[in-house]
Design a protein around this ligand. Structure first.
Ligand SMILES: *[C@@H]1O[C@H](CO)[C@@H](O)[C@H](O)[C@H]1NC(C)=O
Ligand SMILES: *[C@@H]1O[C@H](CO)[C@@H](O)[C@H](O)[C@H]1NC(C)=O
Ligand SMILES: *[C@@H]1O[C@H](CO)[C@@H](O)[C@H](O)[C@H]1NC(C)=O
Ligand SMILES: *[C@@H]1O[C@H](CO)[C@@H](O)[C@H](O)[C@H]1NC(C)=O
Length: 204
């Protein structure tokens, strides 16, 4: 009796395991990260073909992030956080990856606060802590930016921004101001892993 009861559970367990596996890959990104780079969570961002991988550390309020986006070798990509609970570009602290001209695939990262819609792009510190120097790579037509950030105000919900545009290190040019380039804002819950509405959403 006990044996029969036990075996009856096996198909259910198998179904549950399958469901759990599906749940962890759902909404996750294609594309492998290099050895030594692994993250607990991943989401496909709604525009610009971008993906975000991250691990949130509740003990110290930091998040390790990998931002990946396709781009030609003549362009740059960026990811960042607008730490004052305001959405959008102005006021955001961002990491911009671009080809630095020092050889094929050599990528530099600029760390800058976007002061206005015509930012100075001064390489400097952000208004939130960046405890580990950022890094980036360009492989197979996509940049990946690796950054560690102390989430502003130790809040797990942040307004994130990302972007792609033309130009190389020292000659970053303006991104397009239409279509997907105007929709690359998203409120992200680093703890729950949920995205909370998109910039172009008409509902609050
Ligand atoms: C934050 O915590 C994580 C996990 O414990 C640790 O790996 C990381 O070094 C810590 N970062 C800082 C800046 O203390
Ligand atoms: C950030 O918040 C977490 C969770 O509430 C808390 O445990 C941690 O001590 C806080 N860290 C900092 C640096 O304030
Ligand atoms: C938020 O805005 C205030 C006032 O402008 C500024 O002092 C502070 O550094 C900002 N914080 C972040 C994380 O951007
Ligand atoms: C910005 O400054 C950091 C730290 O000095 C440096 O590693 C990085 O290459 C600089 N980025 C650019 C684009 O010059």
């Amino acid at each position: 009796m006990a044996r029969r009861g036990h075996s009856a559970w096996l198909p259910l367990v198998a179904v549950l395991l399958f469901a759990a596996a599906a749940a962890t890959t759902e909404g996750c990104c294609s594309g492998k990260l290099p050895p030594g780079r692994s993250f607990q969570r991943c989401t496909s961002l709604p525009v610009l073909g971008a993906s975000l991988y991250w691990t949130y550390h509740p003990r110290n309020g930091t998040a390790d992030v990998a931002f990946r986006a396709p781009q030609s070798s003549g362009g740059w990509v960026a990811w960042g956080i607008n730490g004052n609970q305001s959405a959008g570009m102005v006021g955001a602290g961002v990491f911009i990856a671009s080809q630095d001209g020092a050889g094929a695939g050599a990528v530099a990262v600029l760390t800058t606060v976007l002061e206005s819609y015509r930012p100075s792009l001064t390489n400097g510190s952000l208004k939130f802590d960046v405890p580990v120097p950022p890094a980036a790579e360009y492989v197979d037509g996509a940049y990946t930016i690796y950054a560690t950030v102390a989430l502003p105000m130790n809040s797990t919900v942040q307004n994130t921004v990302w972007q792609a545009g033309p130009g190389s290190t020292g000659a970053i040019r303006k991104h397009a101001t239409s279509g997907q380039n105007m929709q690359s804002v998203q409120k992200l819950d680093f703890l729950a892993g949920e995205t909370i509405g998109a910039s172009n959403s008409t509902t609050p």
